[in-house]
Write a protein that binds this ligand. Structure first.
Ligand code: 5GP
Length: 172
């Protein structure tokens, strides 16, 4: 497989600090329940919450939507939240927004549970591919249609452990 590095550890740390500062300012001392979307967002979430200076609780939701490098358009829950979100400020943390179908699905599902507020933070976003109903509140980096791996993002469950994000150039 051929890859090209896109965002190294320093670039990720710098941008995540900026996102944390922005989130800290916006929540202005109010507590926030951070919901990390597994598996892809686990590493980003761990770094992001260390840069958020308001009281944070953390929960996880397991979703699967991709098979290989192709979007199937189908989202399914592999494990649900362990916390009630009613009346709480909820910040969903996603690894990457491609079509945005996953986010639409999550937003609709979460809104049925009546949170006090609901915002989305995604490390990466592919604006050219977006088909979703409403925008993302916090975005780390915008990229084109390329398929990326590392820093939590996988290719058939591999490469999540890479400390940087790389573009997959070819699979040979
Ligand atoms: P969407 O529903 O927005 O089309 O797809 C979002 C999900 O697809 C992401 O949470 C992620 O799991 C997966 N995905 C989308 N683009 C990429 C990519 O470039 N690399 C990897 N590893 N996963 C991706």
């Amino acid at each position: 497989m051929k890859t090209r590095p896109l965002f190294d550890e320093a670039a990720l740390a710098k941008r995540i600090k900026e996102l944390g500062d922005q989130i800290t300012a916006d929540y202005a001392g109010e507590p926030v329940l951070v919901v990390s979307v597994l598996k892809g967002a686990f590493m980003f979430t761990a770094d992001l919450i260390r840069q958020i200076k308001v009281p944070v609780e953390i929960d996880f939701i397991g979703l699967a939507s991709y098979d290989g490098t192709q979007s199937t358009g189908q989202v399914r829950i592999t494990s649900d939240l362990s916390t009630k979100i009613e009346g709480r400020n909820v910040l969903i943390v996603e690894d990457i927004v491609d079509t945005g179908k996953t986010l639409d699905f999550l937003r609709d599902m979460f809104n049925l549970r009546n949170p006090r507020s609901l915002k989305i933070c995604a490390l990466l976003s592919k604006p050219e591919c977006h088909e979703m109903k409403s925008p993302v509140d916090y975005t780390g980096f915008e990229i084109t249609r390329e398929f990326v791996i590392g820093y939590g993002l996988d290719l058939d469950q591999r490469y999540r452990e890479l400390p940087y994000i790389a573009q997959v150039l070819n699979l040979d």
